[in-house]
Ligand binder design. Structure first.
Ligand SMILES: Cc1cc2nc3c(=O)[nH]c(=O)nc-3n(C[C@H](O)[C@H](O)[C@H](O)COP(=O)(O)OP(=O)(O)OC[C@H]3O[C@@H](n4cnc5c(N)ncnc54)[C@H](O)[C@@H]3O)c2cc1C
Length: 604
């Protein structure tokens, strides 16, 4: 039974950086806005972001500009990015950051009082506006305050289970409140998905519990086009010990502040493998790398700040070849900077306060004195809902997507810091165009039959009760499979095996059962999450099988090189009319000459 019905012009699903920024823009334009999120307002995954947001404000190095940021993003994405999104992002991020400052965000400062910017992997110049290593918290706090000030209805602790369409157009959603387990219908002229990532499809991940790919799966099941799902970012530095904290992120800011990677022989192995296209920009020795981290404009960045895909693979190589740390990672050492700075301990605690506390409390280790043990962790999905670059509308009319659940800007690999700026640039655009769409269209019709079917389907685990499959078991079997068979290093036979298992897990997920009442029922929530994780995992595996080459976050040991014919296409997954997944290659539109010139000019 439906508990209540709400009607809005624009409905935003997700209250992370992208959702809040979209909701703000729509509300500011005068339309009615509803915001739905799974957790409490202010607790979305974005709050965990640490290092900063990339924007070419040139505060710390006046050689920076949108042109350099654009070229860095395209190089990082190995040139299969949506170039228009990369262009808009590089041009608009500085204004979006300054706007946050105007709304009250308290960024770290340069000595002359400007927003301070730090180094991060793949960014040529110091570019990340930050608040210590708690940038996400400040971003969310600022956006949340501004959203509340503008006025909108927030439906917290509600989970959307179905996207409702009217004759192919977005019409609203069906959601249940997690507290009581009752269903609510939300009708809207435009719907914005801003549901974040999919990290929970893997066993080792930095993602919060919310990262179950719900928006990806809702859009996929509704028939939206998905692209680049093969590109998963494995962040090189997650905690590896103790086991209970495995996967928790160790920010790239540690390396930006001078932290170095060493194997069990004490060797800085990153100097052994620098890709040709990054050689001109990479330090030739440790001394030059150190000077770079301290702001010397004549120095080049250390190899620890190469792109994440490359650093993660180098770590895997060290571990596989027996040069790893005792618990299967390598060492990340920031304590060594005491050789360079007299006040190193204080400096580390001031620059990396969360990292200091994280290791002290979770691993009983003082990072100002000892190296950390780290290893790769599933961090970010480059793939997602295919959107129009300017408006963020998906292939479903009236359905928009922004943030991590949308795709295009990052291509084969995201540069650190480009997500938070993506959220505010494209969150704003999604909100603006969703409001415009809502003003131009009449209300869509909610199909009661579809609502009834979706409710029955969602409640079906209760029909099977304790005699059904355990949803946690299906989830953990899936996570093991994705980790082992569709992880950092992939090959055809492993991925075919993964696919076979995913289909079996799908059958098992149709048989999952839960018992008891619906209030805060974690087992039931998991039973519903698993369906999303399974659909998304199938998209990942099928796309990864289709891309028979290695590029960015997708590394295949059976095809270790890039393939020319795949350098101009995105792999698209879409649900066919018969309900099965269809894979195809879609050509990337030719890049215009003025952007080609920017890429060429920045190659040296
Ligand atoms: C530890 C960590 C540190 C990071 N640091 C940085 C950094 O320094 N710089 C950077 O650029 N990037 C960083 N990232 C990446 C970045 O934080 C994320 O990509 C980004 O925050 C995603 O934001 P989002 O708005 O797309 O989604 P999220 O912040 O993930 O928010 C998703 C929202 O959708 C809601 N939702 C999901 N499913 C449903 C559903 N079914 N029904 C209703 N609501 C739903 C959730 O409740 C939540 O409110 C980091 C990531 C991690 C894990």
């Amino acid at each position: 039974m439906i508990q209540s019905t709400f009607t809005y012009d624009v409905l935003v699903i997700g209250a992370g950086g992208a959702g809040l920024r979209a909701a703000i823009e729509a509300a500011a334009s005068g339309v009615t806005v509803g915001l739905i999120c799974k957790s409490l307002l202010g607790k979305a995954h974005t709050v965990m972001a640490e290092g900063g947001m990339a924007a070419a404000m040139a505060n710390n190095d006046d050689r920076d500009s949108w042109r350099v940021h654009f070229a860095d993003t395209m190089r990082g994405g190995q040139y299969i990015n949506n170039w228009r999104m990369a262009e808009l992002h590089a041009k608009e991020a500085p204004d979006r950051v300054r706007e946050l400052e105007g709304w009250g965000a308290v960024f770290d400062r340069t000595p002359d009082g400007r927003i301070n910017q730090r180094n991060f992997g793949g960014h040529r110049y110091p570019r990340l506006a930050h608040v210590g290593d708690r940038t996400g918290l400040e971003l969310i706090r600022t956006l949340q305050d501004h959203a509340v000030y503008l006025g909108m209805n927030v439906h917290m602790e509600h989970t959307v289970v179905e996207l409702l369409l009217d004759d192919g157009r977005a019409a609203g959603v069906l959601a249940y409140d997690r507290e009581r387990g009752r269903f609510h219908v939300f009708s809207a002229k435009a719907v914005v998905l801003a549901t974040g990532g999919v990290g929970r499809a893997y066993k080792i991940t930095s993602n919060s519990w919310e990262g179950t790919g719900d928006g990806h799966a809702l859009a996929y099941r509704a028939g939206a086009e998905m692209i680049d799902m093969e590109f998963i970012q494995f962040h090189p530095t997650g905690m590896v010990w103790p086991p209970s904290v495995r996967g928790i992120l160790v920010t790239e800011g540690v390396r930006g502040e001078g932290g170095v990677l060493k194997n069990n022989q004490g060797r800085r192995f990153m100097f052994d493998d620098i890709p040709d296209n990054y050689k001109p920009q990479t330090a030739s020795d440790p001394e030059e790398g150190w000077r770079y981290t301290q702001g010397d404009k004549n120095a080049r960045r250390p190899p620890e700040l190469l792109t994440r895909d490359h650093v993660a693979r180098c770590i895997v190589r060290e571990v596989r070849e027996g040069r790893g740390s005792p618990h299967g990672g390598v060492f990340l050492d920031i304590a060594w900077i005491k050789e360079k700075l007299p006040n190193a301990e204080e400096h580390i605690k001031r620059k990396l306060p969360s990292m200091y506390h994280q290791f002290k409390e979770l691993a009983d280790l003082d990072i100002t004195k000892e190296p950390m043990e780290i290893g790769p962790t599933t961090h970010y999905v480059m793939g997602g809902i295919r959107v129009d670059a300017d408006s963020q509308m998906s292939s479903i009319p009236g359905l928009f997507a922004a943030g991590e659940c949308a795709s295009g800007i990052n291509g084969a690999n995201r540069l650190g810091g480009n997500s938070l700026s993506d959220l505010i640039v494209f969150g704003k655009r999604a909100g603006e165009y969703a409001a415009q769409w809502a003003r131009q269209h009449s209300a869509a019709r909610v199909d009661e039959g579809l609502v009834d079917r979706a409710m029955r389907n969602s409640l079906s685990p209760f029909d099977r009760g304790d005699s059904g499959e355990n949803p946690y078991r299906v989830q953990s079997d899936l996570q093991e499979t994705m980790q082992d068979l569709v992880g950092i290093v992939r090959n055809e036979s492993d991925m075919q095996e993964a696919l076979r298992r995913i289909w079996q897990f799908k059958e098992r997920s149709n048989r999952v059962g839960v018992s008891g009442h619906r209030e805060y029922h974690a087992g039931w929530h998991t039973a519903l999450d698993v369906r999303n994780l399974l659909d998304i995992s199938e998209c990942i595996a099928r796309s990864a099988i289709e891309r028979k080459e290695s590029r960015g976050g997708h590394f295949r040991e059976d095809y270790p090189d890039k393939a020319a014919e795949l350098s101009t296409v995105n792999v698209m997954t879409k649900r066919g009319p018969d309900g099965t997944l269809q894979v195809s290659r879609v050509p990337i539109p030719a890049i215009p000459d003025y952007l080609k010139e920017v890429i060429e000019e920045q190659k040296s």
